[in-house]
Design a protein around this ligand. Structure first.
Ligand code: CO
Length: 170
């Protein structure tokens, strides 16, 4: 199966909110399988459709990060319906923001409602690392990157570095 290319900042597609998935059809199943393979190959703990140029709202997330066995969660049209507490997500990173990590303030626990790949409604509650991953991936679907959640000073330093690299590679 052909892997997807992962879009990286400052690609404008990454900042446009996605639209809901309306049809869970064969085409979508193929997209889901390719997203899972792309996430595993990267490797990453989560991947949002928008990162691979798909404008419909879905994410795949490793359900047991760090384990050898991959058993990814597929969440279609996910939304955070409840959130609680606060945690500093240390050295957060993103496949679409290469070579950069920063601390991000996140909720400590979230409840998410979505549909699974067969269209069945699901609700999950997660805390700690998986809560952070879910917030990060659902942010993507709204056009938000983790660097949008750090100080403007830090963000601008990163932007300047990327722009300089892009210029050098021209
Ligand atoms: Co990301």
């Amino acid at each position: 199966m052909e892997l997807f290319n992962i879009l990286t900042f400052p690609d404008k597609f990454l900042s446009q909110p996605t639209r809901p998935v309306l049809n869970i059809d064969g085409r979508l199943q193929e997209i889901i399988d390719r997203m899972i393979e792309t996430m595993v190959a990267a490797p990453g703990v989560g991947l949002a459709s928008i990162q691979v140029g798909i404008g419909e709202s879905l994410i795949v997330v490793e359900s047991q990060p760090g384990e050898k066995k991959h058993d990814p969660l597929v969440l279609i049209n996910p939304t955070i319906v409840a959130a609680d507490g606060s945690v500093l997500s240390e050295e957060e990173g993103c496949l679409s923001v290469p070579d950069y990590r920063a601390d991000v303030q996140r909720f400590a626990a979230v409840a998410v409602e979505a549909h699974d790949r067969h269209g069945k409604p699901i609700r999950l509650e997660r805390d700690d690392f998986l809560a952070v991953v879910l917030q990060h991936e659902i942010d993507h679907l709204n056009g938000t990157l983790f660097i949008d959640r750090i100080s403007a000073l830090k963000r601008n330093l990163y932007k300047r570095r990327v722009m300089k690299q892009l210029k050098e590679n021209e």
